[in-house]
Ligand binder design. Structure first.
Ligand code: CA
Length: 247
């Protein structure tokens, strides 16, 4: 067998391997928010959305199917002492590399506040605009407005939040090449409660989430292996032509 045929075979095997990848769980490299609650060392930063905090591995074998518990240190929410207007809050995720995303898996805020005695699920995200960018510099483009359901209460005691599953949002063709995702929050569920039931009007502005993952297929960058195979293939074909000239 000629060297060019061997190299061509290697190249086809590489192309086949690249095209056979499966959809995977995409955990962002970083998560940042325009407001976080960190007073007194509180851990309620956007990092709580991507570190698996609160997810229960006993509820399901796969992360995307696991329930998220209502413990306060495992969720992100805005600064309860100085909350910005809900519709000004952004959360941004940066992925490792670029992905063809098919869905977002979002665990809405389920929060037992007040030392584990007060159901604060009304602070969950209700409507938000989801935007994507193919890299670290291209301006975001919107995939539209998405809506989440409020996390459920304990049916036997509505004052208690309970573990929640992820809510799945299909992302469609607009998410073919994505490295950054931004949630521009529009509203929480504060309109569903009696304003007189909270201590201060600004409390109504607080908003948060419990965990976020994405689902998609990795978009391979040009690798040293692919470049070397292509280079070898070119050299092989060149050598073959030279041999032909010498015959
Ligand atoms: Ca969490």
């Amino acid at each position: 067998m000629s060297i060019s045929k061997v190299l061509l075979g290697c190249f086809l095997v590489l192309v086949f391997a690249v095209t056979q990848v499966q959809a995977d769980v995409v955990t962002p490299n970083s998560a940042t928010a325009t407001s976080e609650f960190t007073a007194f060392g509180a851990p309620n930063t956007a990092e709580r959305l991507i570190d698996g905090s609160g997810l229960d591995p006993n509820s399901a074998p796969g992360v995307l199917d696991q329930d998220h518990g209502p413990d306060e240190p495992t969720i992100w929410f805005t600064d309860v002492f100085a909350p910005p207007a809900t519709d000004t809050v952004d959360v941004e995720f940066v992925l490792h590399g670029r992905w063809d995303l098919s869905a977002a898996h979002i665990w809405n805020l389920n929060w037992l506040a007040g030392g584990g005695t007060v159901n604060s699920n009304w602070r969950g995200v209700k409507d938000f605009t989801l935007l994507v960018s193919p890299d670290l510099v291209t301006p975001y483009s919107s995939l539209g407005v998405f809506s989440l359901s409020k996390s459920p209460d304990d049916p036997n005691d509505p004052s208690f939040a309970v573990p929640v599953p992820a809510q799945v949002k299909a992302l469609g063709a607009g998410a073919d090449v994505v490295q950054r995702i931004k949630f521009e929050i529009i509203s929480n569920f504060s309109a569903d409660i009696d304003p007189n039931s909270v201590a201060a009007p600004e409390d109504l502005l607080v908003v948060g989430l419990s965990e976020v993952r994405f689902e998609g297929v990795d978009i391979p960058e040009p690798t040293a292996l692919a470049i070397s195979v292509l280079g070898g293939l070119s050299l092989g074909l060149l050598a073959r032509r030279r041999r032909k000239r010498l015959v």
